[in-house]
Design a binder for this molecule. Structure first.
Ligand code: AMP
Length: 200
């Protein structure tokens, strides 16, 4: 992966959400949430992500990192609705977000619902500690976004309940913590099942 790296030292030239190039459906949801301006991680990351770049973002918790990767994913969803592109096929997703804990996965899914209010993406939360049956059912028709912890995702990949070969965008949230928790072998296996031309 040849990723652009952004951090607090990267200059910031974007001051409003409209400057970033987001769809009106997303701008409306941000207005509803009373978000006025993008914090640095969003201002720096979103234009690059909308441009299809691979990116490694370094930012502390609480700085608005989630929206920095969720908004570009939703923007693609908005484009899909507006251009009437095909929805994901059964058992497939268009975007995959991998997180180290189920609490974080649940928070990400909440953010997707908030920012995606006018895009209304389908979301499956695939985490350990819950029965697999409802997760299999959630994936049956295919979803826009899969939010998953690595272990349970691998379980569903091995039974064929989840297929990753139509994923267009993958996010590894809190990648450093996932490495600390020993998820590197799982992440490698997950990445190996994605199409070659995905955005990371
Ligand atoms: P995070 O770093 O993703 O955990 O986000 C921290 C908090 O900042 C969350 O409660 C978000 O709702 C909030 N937030 C994210 N983006 C913005 C924004 N542009 N303006 C105001 N609040 C925001």
């Amino acid at each position: 992966m040849n990723a652009t790296v952004i951090s607090k030292n990267t200059p910031n030239t974007m001051n409003t959400f409209a400057d970033l190039g987001l769809s009106p459906r997303i701008l409306r949801a941000l207005e509803d949430a009373k978000y006025k301006t993008p914090p640095p991680i969003q201002a720096k990351a979103i234009p690059l992500l909308l441009d299809g770049k691979d990116l490694l973002g370094v930012a502390q918790t609480g700085t608005g990192k989630t929206a920095a990767f969720v908004l570009p994913i939703l923007n693609r969803g908005a484009a899909r609705i507006e251009d009437s592109q095909p929805r994901p096929q059964p058992k497939h997703g268009h975007a995959l977000i991998v997180a180290p804990t189920r609490e974080l996965a649940a928070q990400i899914a909440d953010s997707i619902r908030t920012y995606g209010k006018h895009v209304r993406p389908s979301v499956a939360v695939i985490v350990g500690g819950l029965k697999p049956g409802p997760q299999i059912k959630a994936m049956a028709r295919g979803v826009d976004v899969i939010v998953a912890t690595p272990g349970r995702l691998m379980d569903h990949m091995s039974t064929g309940a989840i297929k990753l070969d139509q994923i267009q965008t993958v996010v590894l949230d809190e990648a450093d913590q996932m490495m600390d928790l020993g998820f590197l072998p799982a992440i490698r296996k997950i990445m190996a099942r994605l199409p070659r031309d995905r955005q990371v």
